[in-house]
Design a protein around this ligand. Structure first.
Ligand code: ZN
Length: 309
Protein backbone atom coordinates (compact mmCIF):
# COMPACT_ATOMS: atom_id res chain seq x y z
CA UNK A 1 0.00 0.00 0.00
CA UNK A 2 2.76 2.43 1.06
CA UNK A 3 4.70 1.55 -2.08
CA UNK A 4 1.68 2.30 -4.24
CA UNK A 5 1.18 5.71 -2.61
CA UNK A 6 4.84 6.55 -3.11
CA UNK A 7 4.63 5.57 -6.77
CA UNK A 8 1.52 7.71 -7.14
CA UNK A 9 3.27 10.67 -5.52
CA UNK A 10 6.31 10.18 -7.78
CA UNK A 11 3.98 10.22 -10.78
CA UNK A 12 2.42 13.50 -9.67
CA UNK A 13 5.89 15.02 -9.17
CA UNK A 14 6.96 14.00 -12.70
CA UNK A 15 3.79 15.51 -14.14
CA UNK A 16 4.36 18.74 -12.22
CA UNK A 17 7.94 18.86 -13.54
CA UNK A 18 6.75 18.29 -17.10
CA UNK A 19 4.14 21.02 -16.72
CA UNK A 20 6.91 23.55 -15.96
CA UNK A 21 8.40 23.04 -19.42
CA UNK A 22 5.83 24.51 -21.77
CA UNK A 23 5.44 23.12 -25.28
CA UNK A 24 7.34 25.19 -27.84
CA UNK A 25 5.36 27.47 -30.17
CA UNK A 26 4.27 25.81 -33.42
CA UNK A 27 6.55 26.00 -36.47
CA UNK A 28 4.88 28.03 -39.22
CA UNK A 29 5.61 26.20 -42.46
CA UNK A 30 5.54 28.18 -45.72
CA UNK A 31 5.95 26.11 -48.88
CA UNK A 32 8.03 28.22 -51.29
CA UNK A 33 8.08 25.60 -54.07
CA UNK A 34 8.16 21.80 -54.43
CA UNK A 35 11.49 21.53 -52.62
CA UNK A 36 11.98 24.66 -50.52
CA UNK A 37 10.13 25.26 -47.24
CA UNK A 38 10.50 28.21 -44.88
CA UNK A 39 10.04 27.08 -41.25
CA UNK A 40 9.20 30.31 -39.45
CA UNK A 41 9.51 30.78 -35.70
CA UNK A 42 7.84 33.55 -33.69
CA UNK A 43 9.43 36.98 -34.33
CA UNK A 44 10.17 37.39 -30.62
CA UNK A 45 13.15 37.65 -28.32
CA UNK A 46 13.95 34.33 -26.58
CA UNK A 47 11.97 33.89 -23.35
CA UNK A 48 10.52 31.36 -20.92
CA UNK A 49 7.25 31.85 -22.82
CA UNK A 50 8.64 30.69 -26.20
CA UNK A 51 11.26 28.31 -24.73
CA UNK A 52 13.90 29.99 -26.90
CA UNK A 53 12.15 29.23 -30.18
CA UNK A 54 12.26 32.44 -32.24
CA UNK A 55 14.36 31.73 -35.34
CA UNK A 56 13.54 31.06 -38.98
CA UNK A 57 14.90 27.91 -40.59
CA UNK A 58 14.78 26.68 -44.18
CA UNK A 59 14.35 23.10 -45.37
CA UNK A 60 15.55 22.15 -48.85
CA UNK A 61 14.65 18.74 -50.27
CA UNK A 62 17.31 17.18 -52.51
CA UNK A 63 17.32 13.83 -54.31
CA UNK A 64 18.98 11.73 -51.58
CA UNK A 65 18.55 13.89 -48.51
CA UNK A 66 17.37 17.16 -47.08
CA UNK A 67 19.35 20.26 -46.10
CA UNK A 68 18.38 22.36 -43.07
CA UNK A 69 19.49 25.95 -42.59
CA UNK A 70 19.67 27.18 -38.95
CA UNK A 71 18.82 25.01 -35.97
CA UNK A 72 17.58 27.17 -33.06
CA UNK A 73 18.78 28.27 -29.62
CA UNK A 74 18.63 25.02 -27.61
CA UNK A 75 18.77 21.26 -28.10
CA UNK A 76 14.99 21.23 -27.55
CA UNK A 77 14.40 23.85 -30.24
CA UNK A 78 16.67 21.87 -32.59
CA UNK A 79 14.60 18.73 -31.97
CA UNK A 80 11.39 20.74 -32.45
CA UNK A 81 12.56 22.04 -35.86
CA UNK A 82 13.72 18.55 -36.78
CA UNK A 83 10.26 17.16 -36.02
CA UNK A 84 8.66 19.83 -38.21
CA UNK A 85 11.03 18.86 -41.04
CA UNK A 86 10.18 15.18 -40.60
CA UNK A 87 6.50 16.02 -41.06
CA UNK A 88 7.35 17.46 -44.48
CA UNK A 89 9.74 14.79 -45.74
CA UNK A 90 10.90 11.23 -45.10
CA UNK A 91 14.30 12.10 -46.54
CA UNK A 92 17.08 12.07 -43.94
CA UNK A 93 18.63 15.45 -43.10
CA UNK A 94 22.18 15.05 -44.40
CA UNK A 95 23.45 18.66 -44.08
CA UNK A 96 22.93 21.55 -41.69
CA UNK A 97 24.01 25.07 -42.67
CA UNK A 98 24.52 27.81 -40.04
CA UNK A 99 24.06 31.35 -41.42
CA UNK A 100 26.12 32.73 -38.49
CA UNK A 101 27.38 31.80 -35.03
CA UNK A 102 24.64 33.34 -32.83
CA UNK A 103 23.14 30.73 -30.55
CA UNK A 104 19.61 31.13 -31.90
CA UNK A 105 20.92 29.88 -35.27
CA UNK A 106 23.48 27.29 -34.21
CA UNK A 107 23.05 25.82 -30.71
CA UNK A 108 20.35 23.43 -31.99
CA UNK A 109 23.05 21.70 -34.08
CA UNK A 110 23.47 19.27 -31.18
CA UNK A 111 20.13 17.69 -32.12
CA UNK A 112 21.44 16.69 -35.56
CA UNK A 113 23.97 13.98 -34.68
CA UNK A 114 25.94 12.57 -37.60
CA UNK A 115 24.88 15.38 -39.97
CA UNK A 116 27.53 17.38 -41.86
CA UNK A 117 27.56 20.96 -40.54
CA UNK A 118 28.49 23.82 -42.86
CA UNK A 119 29.30 27.46 -42.08
CA UNK A 120 31.75 30.21 -42.90
CA UNK A 121 35.28 29.83 -41.48
CA UNK A 122 34.77 32.79 -39.14
CA UNK A 123 31.43 31.41 -37.97
CA UNK A 124 33.13 28.16 -36.95
CA UNK A 125 35.73 30.08 -34.90
CA UNK A 126 33.05 32.23 -33.30
CA UNK A 127 30.93 29.17 -32.42
CA UNK A 128 33.98 27.73 -30.66
CA UNK A 129 34.84 30.99 -28.85
CA UNK A 130 31.40 32.36 -27.96
CA UNK A 131 29.44 29.20 -27.18
CA UNK A 132 29.79 29.67 -23.40
CA UNK A 133 28.29 33.16 -23.66
CA UNK A 134 25.48 31.94 -25.88
CA UNK A 135 24.55 29.02 -23.61
CA UNK A 136 24.42 31.49 -20.70
CA UNK A 137 22.19 33.82 -22.78
CA UNK A 138 19.94 30.89 -23.68
CA UNK A 139 19.64 29.63 -20.07
CA UNK A 140 18.97 33.15 -18.85
CA UNK A 141 16.28 33.70 -21.50
CA UNK A 142 14.38 30.44 -20.95
CA UNK A 143 14.89 30.61 -17.18
CA UNK A 144 16.37 27.18 -16.57
CA UNK A 145 19.51 25.09 -17.10
CA UNK A 146 19.97 23.46 -20.50
CA UNK A 147 22.26 20.50 -19.70
CA UNK A 148 21.97 18.99 -23.20
CA UNK A 149 22.72 22.17 -25.14
CA UNK A 150 26.29 22.53 -26.36
CA UNK A 151 28.06 24.04 -29.35
CA UNK A 152 28.71 21.86 -32.38
CA UNK A 153 30.93 23.80 -34.80
CA UNK A 154 30.94 23.17 -38.55
CA UNK A 155 33.11 20.49 -40.14
CA UNK A 156 33.00 22.13 -43.59
CA UNK A 157 33.73 25.85 -43.94
CA UNK A 158 33.94 28.64 -46.51
CA UNK A 159 36.39 31.58 -46.40
CA UNK A 160 35.47 35.25 -45.97
CA UNK A 161 34.74 37.27 -49.13
CA UNK A 162 33.94 34.31 -51.33
CA UNK A 163 31.01 33.19 -53.45
CA UNK A 164 31.18 29.43 -54.03
CA UNK A 165 28.87 27.44 -56.29
CA UNK A 166 28.11 24.06 -54.71
CA UNK A 167 25.73 21.19 -55.34
CA UNK A 168 24.31 19.20 -52.43
CA UNK A 169 21.93 16.31 -53.00
CA UNK A 170 21.40 17.57 -56.55
CA UNK A 171 20.43 21.09 -55.41
CA UNK A 172 22.48 23.92 -56.91
CA UNK A 173 23.46 26.61 -54.40
CA UNK A 174 25.82 29.51 -54.01
CA UNK A 175 27.39 30.19 -50.60
CA UNK A 176 28.13 33.89 -50.22
CA UNK A 177 30.37 34.93 -47.34
CA UNK A 178 30.58 38.75 -47.25
CA UNK A 179 33.45 40.39 -45.38
CA UNK A 180 31.14 41.43 -42.52
CA UNK A 181 27.56 42.49 -41.87
CA UNK A 182 25.40 41.20 -38.99
CA UNK A 183 28.54 39.37 -37.77
CA UNK A 184 32.04 38.72 -39.10
CA UNK A 185 30.95 35.26 -40.22
CA UNK A 186 27.66 35.54 -42.11
CA UNK A 187 26.90 33.05 -44.87
CA UNK A 188 23.98 33.64 -47.25
CA UNK A 189 22.59 30.82 -49.37
CA UNK A 190 21.39 31.57 -52.90
CA UNK A 191 19.41 28.94 -54.81
CA UNK A 192 19.78 30.00 -58.47
CA UNK A 193 17.27 27.48 -59.87
CA UNK A 194 14.64 28.39 -57.27
CA UNK A 195 15.47 32.13 -57.12
CA UNK A 196 15.41 31.91 -53.33
CA UNK A 197 17.82 33.80 -51.04
CA UNK A 198 18.27 32.61 -47.45
CA UNK A 199 19.87 35.51 -45.61
CA UNK A 200 20.17 34.66 -41.91
CA UNK A 201 20.11 37.87 -39.86
CA UNK A 202 21.73 39.97 -42.60
CA UNK A 203 18.02 40.47 -43.31
CA UNK A 204 15.32 40.60 -40.66
CA UNK A 205 11.71 41.60 -41.23
CA UNK A 206 9.38 43.60 -38.93
CA UNK A 207 11.91 43.27 -36.09
CA UNK A 208 14.89 45.45 -35.21
CA UNK A 209 18.23 44.11 -36.53
CA UNK A 210 20.63 43.43 -33.66
CA UNK A 211 24.01 45.20 -33.95
CA UNK A 212 25.74 43.46 -31.00
CA UNK A 213 28.41 41.83 -33.22
CA UNK A 214 27.78 43.85 -36.36
CA UNK A 215 30.03 45.90 -38.62
CA UNK A 216 27.40 48.50 -39.40
CA UNK A 217 29.05 50.25 -42.37
CA UNK A 218 29.93 46.96 -44.07
CA UNK A 219 26.41 45.68 -43.37
CA UNK A 220 25.01 48.65 -45.30
CA UNK A 221 27.33 47.80 -48.22
CA UNK A 222 26.26 44.14 -48.04
CA UNK A 223 22.60 45.20 -48.22
CA UNK A 224 23.35 47.03 -51.47
CA UNK A 225 24.93 43.86 -52.87
CA UNK A 226 21.99 41.68 -51.76
CA UNK A 227 19.83 43.63 -54.21
CA UNK A 228 21.83 42.28 -57.16
CA UNK A 229 20.32 38.82 -56.71
CA UNK A 230 17.21 38.29 -58.89
CA UNK A 231 15.43 36.77 -55.87
CA UNK A 232 11.76 35.85 -56.02
CA UNK A 233 11.62 34.77 -52.38
CA UNK A 234 13.79 36.05 -49.55
CA UNK A 235 13.87 34.19 -46.24
CA UNK A 236 15.13 36.44 -43.41
CA UNK A 237 16.58 35.26 -40.10
CA UNK A 238 13.56 36.55 -38.18
CA UNK A 239 10.09 37.66 -39.24
CA UNK A 240 7.95 36.92 -42.30
CA UNK A 241 9.27 36.37 -45.85
CA UNK A 242 10.60 39.48 -47.58
CA UNK A 243 10.41 41.07 -51.00
CA UNK A 244 13.19 43.10 -52.63
CA UNK A 245 11.15 46.18 -51.70
CA UNK A 246 11.54 45.25 -48.02
CA UNK A 247 15.30 44.77 -48.57
CA UNK A 248 15.50 48.24 -50.13
CA UNK A 249 13.66 49.72 -47.16
CA UNK A 250 16.02 48.02 -44.69
CA UNK A 251 19.04 49.18 -46.71
CA UNK A 252 17.78 52.78 -46.69
CA UNK A 253 16.94 52.68 -42.96
CA UNK A 254 20.40 51.34 -42.07
CA UNK A 255 22.24 53.65 -44.50
CA UNK A 256 20.38 56.75 -43.32
CA UNK A 257 21.01 55.82 -39.71
CA UNK A 258 24.75 55.30 -40.18
CA UNK A 259 25.05 58.57 -42.14
CA UNK A 260 23.04 60.36 -39.44
CA UNK A 261 25.32 59.13 -36.65
CA UNK A 262 28.36 60.10 -38.72
CA UNK A 263 26.95 63.62 -39.16
CA UNK A 264 26.47 64.00 -35.40
CA UNK A 265 30.06 62.90 -34.80
CA UNK A 266 31.56 65.13 -37.48
CA UNK A 267 29.68 68.18 -36.23
CA UNK A 268 31.27 67.70 -32.80
CA UNK A 269 28.24 66.13 -31.10
CA UNK A 270 28.23 63.38 -28.49
CA UNK A 271 26.58 59.95 -28.48
CA UNK A 272 23.63 61.30 -26.47
CA UNK A 273 22.87 63.71 -29.35
CA UNK A 274 22.09 60.79 -31.67
CA UNK A 275 18.68 60.30 -30.02
CA UNK A 276 17.83 63.96 -30.48
CA UNK A 277 19.32 64.62 -33.92
CA UNK A 278 18.89 61.38 -35.90
CA UNK A 279 15.34 60.45 -36.90
CA UNK A 280 14.39 57.09 -35.39
CA UNK A 281 10.82 57.22 -36.73
CA UNK A 282 11.30 54.29 -39.12
CA UNK A 283 13.03 52.28 -36.39
CA UNK A 284 10.27 52.84 -33.86
CA UNK A 285 7.88 50.91 -36.11
CA UNK A 286 9.95 47.73 -35.61
CA UNK A 287 9.57 45.15 -32.83
CA UNK A 288 12.08 45.17 -29.95
CA UNK A 289 12.93 48.88 -30.45
CA UNK A 290 12.98 49.48 -26.69
CA UNK A 291 15.19 46.48 -25.91
CA UNK A 292 17.71 46.82 -28.74
CA UNK A 293 17.95 50.37 -30.08
CA UNK A 294 20.13 51.76 -27.26
CA UNK A 295 22.73 49.06 -27.86
CA UNK A 296 22.51 49.61 -31.62
CA UNK A 297 23.17 53.35 -31.23
CA UNK A 298 26.13 52.65 -28.96
CA UNK A 299 27.68 50.09 -31.31
CA UNK A 300 27.25 52.40 -34.31
CA UNK A 301 28.68 55.37 -32.39
CA UNK A 302 31.86 53.44 -31.48
CA UNK A 303 32.32 52.33 -35.09
CA UNK A 304 31.74 55.83 -36.47
CA UNK A 305 34.23 57.18 -33.92
CA UNK A 306 36.86 54.57 -34.89
CA UNK A 307 36.27 55.27 -38.58
CA UNK A 308 36.45 59.09 -38.28
CA UNK A 309 39.00 59.53 -35.51
ZN1 ZN B 1 19.06 35.60 -34.96
Amino acid sequence: MMKRILLLLAGVAVMAGAALVKPLPAVKTVKVNERVYALLGPAELPSAHNGGYMVNSTLILGDKGAILIDTGLTDEVGAHIRKAAEKITRLPITHVINTHHHGDHSLGNVSFAGVEIISSENCKKLVEDASGDWIAIAENAVGRKLPNTRAVPASRTYASQTRTPVEINGVKMEFWVPEAAHTKGDLLVWLPEDKVLIAGDVLVNTTLPNFRDAEVKKWVQTLAEVQQYPARTIIPGHGPLMSMKDVKAMHKRMGDFYAGVEKVYQSGGAEADVRRQVSLKEWQKLKHFDSLMGGNINRTWLQVEAENF
